[in-house]
Ligand binder design. Structure first.
Ligand code: NAD
Ligand code: UGA
Length: 465
């Protein structure tokens, strides 16, 4: 299939947060491979081909510009590129099903299935098909059945190669991965396909970080990794409530506990709970799988991680209400940050969405500010009843507000002139730090009533006695 210029042709179906950046990194490290990223969305592809990339990710733009038009291409010409490719990555979205059997838990595999059918219809030569999307364990079996159905004589070798990058640090994570996981069938063609993928990754990943397993272990490991990470966040968040009740400090507890090398310090930051496109959906998928296999106590165990996450957001809103004299009706609240974490404009399942809706139900007036996520915020809250203003300037957002609620720990919020902000606000001025990001003592000294996660309140309302 390959022409003289390139040793191999790679196609990636799905030009989203995973497809775009992963293929950019591969194109950068493998200039002798032609890499084409494909999507059904013309708008997305047009943006990948413009200066205004559809995704904000530190370091991404420079790398796209380095390879685009050389060996990296973005296109909607899916059928032709499938036909020409040697290796096809599948990086389409796999959201939670919203209808029918398994609604609210199971993964909606329609985009995976559509992609498999399209690959089958347009392949005239053997292909390696790589699952990059996160899918339920044994999905490769379904994929194989679709690809090999009918009288097509083409052989498709399916590999699982889940993506572990986190948004905001995506490029760094892909260039310096803890591990690259490749699952394959233990057959001669399975091992040969696995070796083809190893050839790509070993350009920049040390051999000991290339982990190979059977297909099902690889598929399941991705769900389990996300479940374990989310479980740590829910664990520390569950303790934050107890800290608030007992004057313990959750950051001190996390530091002390995390010093145990068996536990480790990462993913123990208490806050508003986890957001993002994957933790909730992947745990729900795990829960559904456990239920499907009759493992109800296991399903309940993992579901508790989500229940705790939802509780953490509700608890935060309850705290706002009770601090602000049990009513926020007509009070302006400035939300600092809306993305689900800093350094990304992504707002999928951001705690800020849930908290905004709860505050609007209480009839607060919201003014939302964020350096990169205001467009998405507007889409997320479209049609939600209540007063919402979107304001890029945090100083203006806080003007005349009764409270600031920090949703996302953007760096720039640390260095704002809080004296100026305090002076422009209604009094008493409240600050709810949902990410334990700011200097609480300094804010208290300026006159704020400061509430954070898992720490004693710092209020100006001391009992005069
Ligand atoms: P995304 O929604 O950003 O991108 C998916 C893209 O696939 C969209 O542009 C969509 O138009 C396209 N698409 C859907 N059906 C298609 C079809 N039939 N043909 C061509 N294109 C099609 O999703 P994402 O965040 O990139 O996630 C993709 C997968 O990777 C998911 O399974 C997700 O769980 C997993 N994942 C995501 C992350 C992350 O940080 N976002 C990290 C690791 C794994
Ligand atoms: C997460 C995983 O970290 C990636 O390994 C995985 O590839 C990805 O999901 C995926 O499958 O989509 P991501 O969601 O981009 O990556 O970001 P994280 O850094 O994991 O943060 C997720 C959420 O947890 C954020 O809302 C963040 O604020 C929150 N978080 C994280 C905490 O509340 N406390 C912490 O200690 C860490």
């Amino acid at each position: 299939m390959s022409d003289n210029k390139f040793v191999k042709k790679i196609a990636c179906i799905g030009a989203g947060y995973v497809g775009g950046p992963t293929m950019t990194v591969i194109a950068n490290f493998c200039p002798d491979y032609q890499v084409t990223v494909l999507d059904i969305s013309q708008e997305r592809i047009d943006r990948w081909n413009s200066d205004d990339l559809p995704i904000f990710e530190p370091g991404l733009k420079e790398r796209v510009l380095k390879a685009r038009g050389q060996n990296l291409f973005f296109s909607t010409d899916i059928d032709r590129c499938i036909d020409e490719a040697d290796i096809i990555f599948v990086a389409v979205n796999t959201p939670t099903k919203t209808f029918g059997e398994g609604a609210g838990k199971a993964v909606d595999l329609q985009f995976i299935e559509q992609t498999a059918r399209r690959i089958k219809e347009n392949s005239k030569s053997d292909k390696i098909v790589v699952e990059k999307s996160t899918i339920p364990v044994r999905a490769a079996e379904t994929l194989g059945k679709i690809l090999h159905s009918g009288n097509n004589s083409v052989h498709f070798e399916i590999l699982s190669n889940p993506e572990f990058m986190a948004e905001g640090t995506g490029i760094h994570d892909m260039e310096n991965p803890d591990r690259i996981l490749i699952g394959s069938m233990d057959t001669p063609s399975g091992r040969a396909a696995r070796d083809e993928l190893i050839k790509i990754y070993e350009r920049w990943v040390p051999r000991e970080n290339l982990v190979t397993t059977n297909l099902w272990s690889s598929e399941l490991s991705k769900l389990v990794s996300n479940a374990f990470l989310a479980q740590r966040i829910s664990s520390i968040n569950s303790i934050s409530g107890l800290c608030e009740a007992t004057e313990a400090d959750v950051d001190e507890v996390a530091r002390a506990v995390g010093k145990d090398s068996r536990i480790g310090p990462k993913f123990l930051r208490a806050g508003l709970g986890f957001g993002g496109s994957c933790f909730r959906k992947d745990i729900l998928s795990l829960v559904y799988l456990c239920e499907h296999f009759g493992l109800q106590p296991v399903a309940d165990f993992w579901e508790q991680v989500i229940i705790m996450n939802d509780y953490q957001m509700e608890r935060f809103v309850q705290r706002i209400l009770s601090a602000m004299f049990n009513s926020v009706v007509d009070k302006k609240i400035a939300l600092f940050g809306f993305s689900f974490k800093p350094d990304t404009g992504d707002t999928r399942d951001s705690p800020a969405i849930h908290i905004s809706k709860m505050l609007l139900k209480e009839r607060a007036r919201l003014c939302i500010t964020d350096p990169h996520a205001l467009k998405n915020a507007q889409k997320d809250l479209e049609g939600v009843e209540g007063e919402i203003v979107y304001e890029p300037d945090p100083y203006k957002a806080a003007e005349g507000a009764h409270a600031i609620a920090l949703m996302t720990e953007w760096d720039q919020y640390k260095t704002l002139d809080y004296k100026r902000i305090f002076n422009s606000m209604e009094k008493p001025a409240f600050l709810f730090d949902g990410r334990n990001h700011l200097d609480h003592q300094a804010l208290f000294d300026l006159g704020f009533n400061v509430y954070s996660i898992g720490k004693p309140d710092r209020t100006q309302f001391n009992d005069p006695s």
